[in-house]
Design a protein around this ligand. Structure first.
Ligand code: SAH
Length: 288
C-alpha cells in the first residue's frame, strides 16, 4: 500500500513539474488580460458618446433617464460634470431652452442625441456644451459665426445670443424642411429678436461651400462629420479664428482647427465622436 502511495506521489510530482510551467504562464496570461481590461476601461470611460446612431458628439452619455425635467437642471448637470466651464456658456444655455428645439414628444433634457427626421439628429447636450466651450472666445459680441448643418437651429441660436445684435450668426442647412423647422424654433426662443433684425439667419445650401456673404468668420462649427475638412470652410475662417469640425467616416474625431494670424493652420484632436455625415442631400435622404 505504502509503495503504491509513494509511487503515486512521485508520479504527481512529475505531473506537477510538467503542469506547473503551463499553469504559471496561463496565470501570467490571464493577469495580463485583466490589466488590459482595467486599463482600457479607464481610457474609454471619459469619452462621451454623443448622438445616437447618426449624429452626435463625444461617445458618452453623462446622464440618462427622464429625471431632468427643466432646462436649468440640464445646465446644472453639464456644470457638475465639468462640461460647462464658464459662466458665459452656462448663461447662453440657460437662455436658449433646448425644449423648444426638439420634436414634440421627445425628452429634451436627457443627455442624448435625438432624431429630428431626414436621417439627422439634434446633438446631445454635452456635445453642444463642449463645442460652445471650445468656441467661446471666438463668439464675443460683434464677431461672425457660421453653423454648418444647423439642423434644429439650437446652436445657431446660442451663437446669435453670444455674438449679439452687432455680430452675425449664420446657419446653413441643406434640408429645406429643417430650415423652416429651425426658423420656427428660433422664433419661440430668446434669439427671436436677432432673427427679426437679421443678425441671425438660416440659409438652405450645401454647407460644404460655407456661406461667403458674411465671411470671414471668427467661429465655424460643423455639426456633421466630413471625410476631410472642406477647403471653402478653411478659406472663410478669419485669421485668428477657430473651426470645430468632426472628421472621419466610421471613426471620427472632433478637430479643432485654428487659423493663425499669418494664415497658417493648426489642427488638433479634441475627442472621438459620432456624427451624421456631412454629405449630399440625396445621400443623406437615402441613408448612405
Ligand atoms: N447641429 C444640429 C444638427 C446636427 S445633425 C443640431 O444639433 O440640431 C447634422 C445636420 O447636418 C443635419 O441637419 C443634416 O441635414 C445637415 N447636413 C449634412 N450634410 C450637409 C451639407 N452638405 N450641407 C448642409 N447641411 C448638411
Amino acid at each position: 500500500m505504502m509503495y503504491i502511495i509513494q509511487l503515486t506521489q512521485k508520479k504527481m510530482k512529475k505531473v506537477n513539474k510538467r503542469i506547473f510551467p503551463v499553469a504559471a504562464s496561463l496565470r501570467t496570461f490571464l493577469s495580463l488580460i485583466l490589466i488590459r481590461v482595467v486599463l482600457t476601461a479607464k481610457i474609454t470611460a471619459p469619452t462621451p458618446s454623443t448622438q445616437f446612431s447618426p449624429s452626435l458628439s463625444r461617445m458618452e452619455q453623462y446622464w440618462s433617464g427622464s429625471a431632468i425635467k427643466k432646462n436649468k437642471g440640464m445646465v446644472e448637470n453639464l456644470q457638475s460634470y465639468g462640461i460647462i466651464k464658464s459662466r458665459k456658456v452656462a448663461e447662453v444655455l440657460e437662455n436658449i431652452d433646448r425644449g423648444l428645439f426638439v420634436p414634440n414628444g421627445a425628452q429634451p433634457y436627457i443627455d442624448s442625441p435625438m432624431a429630428i427626421g431626414y436621417n439627422a439628429t439634434i446633438s446631445a447636450p454635452h456635445m453642444h456644451a463642449t463645442c460652445l466651450q471650445l468656441l467661446e472666445n471666438y463668439l464675443q459680441p460683434g464677431m461672425h459665426a457660421l453653423d454648418v448643418g444647423s439642423g434644429t437651429g439650437y446652436l445657431t441660436a446660442c451663437f446669435a445670443l453670444m455674438v449679439g445684435p452687432n455680430g452675425r450668426a449664420v446657419g446653413v442647412e441643406h434640408i429645406p424642411e429643417l430650415v423652416s423647422f429651425s426658423n420656427k424654433n428660433i422664433e419661440k426662443s430668446a434669439a427671436a429678436p436677432l432673427l427679426k433684425d437679421g443678425s441671425l439667419s438660416v440659409h438652405e445650401c450645401d454647407g460644404r461651400q460655407g456661406w461667403p456673404e458674411f465671411a470671414p468668420y471668427h467661429a465655424i462649427h460643423v455639426g456633421a462629420a466630413a471625410p476631410e475638412i472642406p477647403q471653402p470652410l478653411i478659406d472663410q475662417l478669419n485669421p485668428g479664428g477657430r473651426m470645430v469640425i468632426p472628421v472621419g467616416n466610421v471613426f471620427q474625431d472632433l478637430k479643432v482647427v485654428d487659423k493663425n494670424s499669418d494664415g497658417s493652420i493648426s489642427i488638433r484632436t479634441e475627442t472621438s465622436v459620432r456624427y451624421v455625415p456631412l454629405t449630399s442631400k440625396e445621400a443623406q435622404l437615402k441613408g448612405e
